[in-house]
Design a binder for this molecule. Structure first.
Ligand code: UGA
Length: 443
């Protein structure tokens, strides 16, 4: 089947490559000329395991192509994905300007029936807005072509995007049009073989499903962070509690890891957007507000620990930071908890020596050259000359450090771990103080 994808960001590029890989003829359109030129040359702008090979391979096989020509994109296929960005506005609502701009483009170039599929995370009611924009554009041209706007949200996780897209848990199809449903069933047939993963519903429910899924996961994390903070006050160990509750299948082990608060381009943005949507229809989302508030507070916890340890005197201290990306296996630092930490440390007069396996370039792009930030090329280099170590991202490479070396290197022999990577007794047995989340401190 021929498919067009507007937007070559995370979602569009992964979706396009995965659809091409099963044999569809995919044309990806982006307004960014540099990005399209790079993609044509086999250079992938994001770090996502396996994506380079998939893009390069399918390009060579002629199944995946890139263009900046929107008219070519609209002409290429009856099936058009919208996968452009929906960044948050200042008030937390999703900014739909890119989605609606593509809708206008589609209306301008349409020469026959089209199914427009929304992959971007967009507020409930967006499909109706996209429909209205296309209808208006067609009316201005004085032409009539049948079209349907479908909601088909994406559930991929960064760092595991290919697997999530190739083997989805579910495929949500939001449409009341049987012809669109049958076209999408055909498109997704290669991903729907072992059991029926397709769930068909009305378009508004599909749009809300995406937000509800992310808000539910964010709620689990904020809940667990709350229990972690309470466990500390009560002298309990949140890791034991986590195992204890996770063993109940109604709760499950996923997304109950306490830490430094959720980050990334999805949870913070989507929880805020859902709060905004609720308020627009005069509904006070008590639980979502609390999820957001807990996360806001949790992002400060690591800094507060360090600040308390040094009795508020951080000027002149050098803090080693392991991990800058918002989670492992990505170079993404959008809403990364590391940024809250770095910025608080700098505001308190401390210097940072940081290492991340892949996000160093991104950190350089965000922060540029500054006197109080040294980006180094190994975990060992980060601790050289540092007073203490802070762990913000749970990369594999940080899981079994040489504790003797750390004890010999860190001036104050302290580790502040925002991800609970070690059994507390372990660093302690090497003479290191160890402060983690929701567990008794070893100092
Ligand atoms: C999230 C969802 O997991 C995907 O299903 C969804 O498709 C995606 O958003 C999206 O809307 O595009 P992602 O943001 O890539 O995916 O990353 P997650 O693995 O979900 O992690 C999000 C944040 O939660 C990270 O900061 C992570 O450290 C934190 N987290 C996760 C915890 O603090 N504890 C946990 O137990 C799990």
């Amino acid at each position: 089947m021929k498919v067009t994808v507007f937007g070559t960001g995370y979602v569009g590029l992964v979706q396009g490559a995965v659809l091409a890989d099963v044999g569809h003829q995919v044309l990806c359109v982006d307004v960014d000329e540099k990005k399209v030129a790079a993609l044509k040359a086999g250079q992938i702008p994001i770090h996502e395991p396996g994506l380079d090979a998939l893009v390069i391979n399918n390009q060579q096989l002629g199944r995946l192509q890139f263009t900046t020509d929107a008219a070519e994109g609209v002409a290429h296929s009856e099936v058009i994905f919208l996968a452009v960005g929906t960044p948050p506005d200042e008030d937390g609502s999703a900014d739909l300007q890119y989605v609606l701009a593509v809708a206008r483009t589609i209306a301008r170039h349409m020469d026959g029936p089209r199914i427009v599929i929304n992959k971007s995370t967009v507020p409930v009611g967006t499909a109706d807005k996209v429909s209205a924009v296309i209808a208006e554009g067609l009316a201005q041209r004085g032409v009539q072509h049948p079209f349907d706007v479908v909601s088909n949200p994406e559930f991929l996780k960064e760092g595991a995007a290919l697997g999530d897209c190739q083997r989805p848990d579910r495929i949500i199809i939001g449409t009341s049009n049987p012809a669109s449903e049958s076209k999408l069933r055909e498109l997704y047939a290669p991903f729907n073989r072992n059991r029926d993963k397709i769930v068909v519903m009305d378009v508004r429910s599909a749009e809300l499903t995406k937000y509800a899924a992310n808000a539910m996961l964010a709620t689990k994390i904020s809940f667990m962070n709350e229990i972690a903070n309470l466990a500390e006050k009560l002298g309990a160990n949140v890791e034991a509690v986590r195992r204890g509750i996770g063993s109940d299948p109604r709760i499950g082990y996923h997304f109950i890891y306490p830490g430094v608060g959720y980050g990334g381009s999805c949870f913070p943005k989507d929880v805020k957007a859902l709060i905004h949507t609720a308020k627009e229809v005069e509904f006070e989302p008590l639980l979502l507000n609390a999820v957001e508030d807990r996360n806001h507070a949790q992002r400060k916890v690591l800094f507060e620990r360090i600040h308390a340890f040094y009795n508020g005197r951080l000027e002149g201290k050098t803090i080693a930071v392991w991990g800058l990306a918002f989670k492992p296996n990505t170079d993404d630092m959008r809403e990364a908890p590391s940024r809250n930490l770095l910025e608080s440390l700098w505001a308190a007069g401390a210097k940072v020596k940081a290492y991340d396996p892949v996000a160093m370039k991104e950190a350089r792009r965000i922060y540029g050259e500054r006197m109080d930030l040294e980006l180094v090329d190994s975990p060992q280099a980060a601790v050289q000359g540092a007073d203490c170590l802070t762990i913000v991202t749970e990369w594999q490479v940080f899981r079994a450090p040489d504790f003797d070396l750390l004890a010999a290197t860190l001036n104050d022999k302290m580790i502040f771990d925002g991800r609970n990577l070690y059994e507390p007794a372990l660093p302690a047995s090497h003479g290191l103080g160890y402060v983690s989340i929701g567990r008794p401190a070893q100092q």
